[in-house]
Design a protein around this ligand. Structure first.
Ligand SMILES: [Zn+2]
Length: 106
């Protein structure tokens, strides 16, 4: 569907564009703070450091890296319930969805 080199670049762009777009759409009054929290959802990619190689273009993150497994995803869903952690929870779920889309495109 996409050129081999294009997909990782698109993936990174979506990881920035989607949280910002969601923040602007749902929390227009303080979208910058909302977007910052959602971009923090990217931090779960530190689990890639446990893998060897750290980045493999043909590998699906979901279900492979510890912070991309179903128990972790359920915890991110729970984070969206309390107001205080909602932005982070939403950001983490966006991250998982984007990673999942990437798996489908492989
Ligand atoms: Zn990821």
């Amino acid at each position: 569907m996409f050129e081999f080199e294009l997909r990782p670049i698109l993936h990174i762009l979506l990881h920035i564009a989607v949280p910002v777009a969601v923040a602007r759409l749902f929390w227009p009054a303080y979208w910058k703070r909302a977007a910052a929290w959602m971009l923090a959802g990217w931090l779960i990619d530190i689990d890639h450091l446990l893998a060897d190689p750290i980045y493999a273009p043909g590998r699906c993150s979901i279900g492979f890296h510890p912070l991309h497994t179903w128990p972790a995803i359920a915890a991110y869903g729970a984070l969206t319930v309390p107001r205080r952690t909602r932005w982070l929870g939403v950001g983490l779920l966006i991250h998982i969805v984007l990673d999942a889309i990437d798996c489908v495109l492989m």
